[in-house]
Structure formats: structure tokens, C-alpha cells
Design a protein around this ligand. Structure first.
Ligand SMILES: Nc1ncnc2c1ncn2[C@@H]1O[C@H](COP(=O)(O)OP(=O)(O)OP(=O)(O)O)[C@@H](O)[C@H]1O
Length: 254
């Protein structure tokens, strides 16, 4: 099925330290799939391995595309953009097409850039230097770049971190509508358990070699989460989820 992601027994180590220890899961087209777990659990490593940026020591990743190879959009966890970066937001989005420089874009490529910027409500920012955009505006432009090739699979590494609550909701609504309307498989990492509960269909919880996959309610109500947070009352977690609990409890678990 186009956009299907299958991860089987994935193993990744760095300098002899096991980071991913036989991880397996499947995510399907039109599904919002969250990856949750404490800092250092290996969430970003998992996304990078799925992207082919990290070579696993064992296991297998299979991504299904319409013509064999799927189109994958990726928003990495951090992107340093200098305030003085001279590139305009519209040109930055078009770099996602991996085409020649902007004046040589075809009409259909121009339309794709325009469409991605319309979808992310960034068209009015097209002529602004990217370095001058606010944090939230940049996040939307990053998403536009990831969407510009109409991906089958969208991998988002904390792409709503640093956004205010309204902007987070808007961004997640947008991602969800893309996911459902275009049957995109969305894997998103988030520390915000409220957003996860609201937007994820299924989730993978990972922590120190323990993995739990399933419906988002099942994963978030299971014993591992209870142990992790010392509570099943997720309302107590506040919007910042893990970060709040980390500060409050200082269990040393992390
Ligand atoms: N290229 C690398 N070389 C060595 N160690 C690495 C490398 N990449 C990641 N690690 C280590 O792997 C572990 C998992 O890192 P990763 O970034 O995947 O965690 P994470 O779950 O995404 O954490 P966070 O929630 O803090 O973003 C960390 O201990 C990190 O230091």
C-alpha cells in the first residue's frame, strides 16, 4: 500500500551502546502515528534510520511507494537558520523540490510551491527572508518544504515544539487534514501528550529497550506509561507533558 511503513526488528548502536533494540511496528496510509518516550530514548534515531540517514546493525525498514519508492517529507528536530540568511521563504520551500534554482522552475513546480505555501498559510511570507521570520512562521515554512513534493510519508521530529498552544493546534489540524485527505502516513515525535492524545491514531512508546505499540489510548494508559509518569491522570501533565513531569517529580528515571 502506498505510504506503508514497516519496521522489523530494527537495531541501532552507537559506539557499542544500543539505542534501538529490536524495534518493530507498522504505520499505514492515512494514519497519524505518534512516537513518544523520554529524552534520549532513540526517537530521532528511529526517524533517521527510517529515512536511510543511519545504517542499522540489524533489522529492516520497508517503505511502500506508488512506483516502488515513496516520496518522503521530513521536518528535522532542529534547523539552525541565521537571522541574516538571505534566502526568501518561497525559495526555501522550493528547495524541497530538489530542482534547479528558482528562475528555472517549471510552471508545475511553481504551482507545487504555491500550493504547499497556501496549505501552510505561508504564501504571504514568500518574499520575506527566512531568517527574519518568527519561530512559528519558520516552522510552517519548514512544513511547506516537506509537503512540496506531495509526499506519501511525512516524518516530523517535534515540529510543533516552540509554538504557542494555538499555533500548535493549527499546525496539527493542518497535518491531520493532509494525512486524511491525501492518505499520507504521518509519523510524528512529540513530548506533548495532550497533542498526541488528540491527534494520534496509534502510537509507539519507547524507553530503554521497552517498546509498546497500539491504539493511542492503549499505549498511553498502559503500565509502562503509568510507571513512567507515576500517574495515569494525563490531565495533570499540562500541555508540556514530559517536561512538566520531569521538573515536578525528578525521579531520576531519565
Ligand atoms: N550519531 C550519533 N552518535 C552517537 N550517539 C548518538 C548519535 N545520535 C544519537 N546518539 C545518541 O543516541 C541516543 C538517542 O538519541 P535520539 O536523539 O535518538 O533521542 P530522542 O529520543 O530523539 O531524544 P530527545 O527527546 O531528547 O530528542 C542519545 O543518547 C544520543 O546521544
Amino acid at each position: 500500500m502506498t505510504g506503508e511503513i514497516r519496521v522489523d526488528n530494527l537495531q541501532v548502536s552507537f559506539n557499542g551502546e544500543t539505542i534501538l533494540d529490536h524495534v518493530s511496528f507498522q504505520a499505514n496510509p492515512g494514519e497519524m502515528f505518534a512516537i513518544i518516550g523520554p529524552n534520549g530514548a532513540g526517537k530521532s534515531t528511529l526517524l533517521k534510520t527510517i529515512l536511510g540517514l543511519i545504517r542499522p546493525q540489524g533489522g529492516h525498514v520497508s517503505l511502500e511507494g506508488e512506483t516502488g519508492k515513496p516520496i518522503v517529507g521530513y521536518v528535522p528536530q532542529s534547523r539552525t537558520i541565521d537571522d541574516e540568511t538571505p534566502i526568501q521563504a518561497g525559495d526555501f520551500v522550493s528547495l524541497g523540490l530538489k530542482v534547479r534554482i528558482i528562475p528555472w522552475m517549471s510552471p508545475s513546480e511553481r504551482r507545487s510551491v504555491k500550493r504547499a505555501m497556501e496549505m501552510t498559510h505561508t504564501l504571504h511570507l514568500a518574499k520575506k527572508p527566512i531568517g527574519k521570520l518568527s519561530g512559528g512562521e519558520r516552522q510552517r515554512v519548514f512544513l511547506a518544504q516537506a509537503l512540496v513534493r506531495a509526499p506519501d510519508i511525512l516524518l516530523l521530529d517535534e515540529s510543533t515544539a516552540n509554538l504557542d498552544p494555538n499555533a500548535q493546534e493549527q499546525m496539527m489540524q493542518l497535518i491531520k487534514s493532509v494525512c486524511h485527505e491525501h492518505k499520507v502516513t504521518v509519523l510524528f515525535i512529540s513530548h506533548d501528550l495532550h497533542l498526541v492524545k488528540e491527534y494520534a491514531d496509534r502510537a509507539l512508546f519507547m524507553s530503554r529497550g521497552h517498546y509498546e505499540t497500539g491504539g493511542v489510548n492503549h499505549v498511553m494508559d498502559n503500565k509502562a506509561m503509568e510507571w513512567l509518569y507515576h500517574s495515569t491522570d494525563h490531565e495533570k501533565l499540562g500541555r508540556r507533558g514530559l517536561f512538566e513531569m520531569d521538573r515536578e517529580h525528578k525521579t531520576g528515571y531519565f
